[in-house]
Design a protein around this ligand. Sequence first.
Ligand code: SF4
Length: 144
Amino acid sequence: MKIIVSACLLGQKCKYNGGDNYSEKAAEFVKGYEVIPVCPELAGGLPVPRIPCEIVGGIVVNREGEIKDGEYRLGAEICLKTALENGAELALLQSRSPSCGAKYIYDGSFSGRLTEGMGVFAKLLAENGIKVMDAEDLQDVCQP
Ligand code: SF4
């Protein structure tokens, strides 16, 4: 079975600050799957590093107030196409990201507060029938 995975969870340095979100639990979980790593923000043409974004009133905006919605939606569409073409049925996604967040995202105030909701990419995957998992939930899955 094929699984889409946020590339930063597997150690790709595609995070806004040039770092990654490497997760041993994620690396362990995906063993046995055919892994398709994607970063929708890079796919949409955004650079590393980049100014962090949040979703404000349904629109993706960076901390400087510049609208980045087009790049986010383009990247999400490109990575959705990759998922569908490969027949992926499951996606393991980095928590809280305005792209990849599957359960909670930052609330648009750039103050670190969270709200229930999905990032642009996670939402698009779910709307297209691909089951999305928040990487933070792996703790429960992996615990003996
Ligand atoms: S868009 Fe997703 S894969 Fe890319 S850095 Fe952000 S959380 Fe990771």
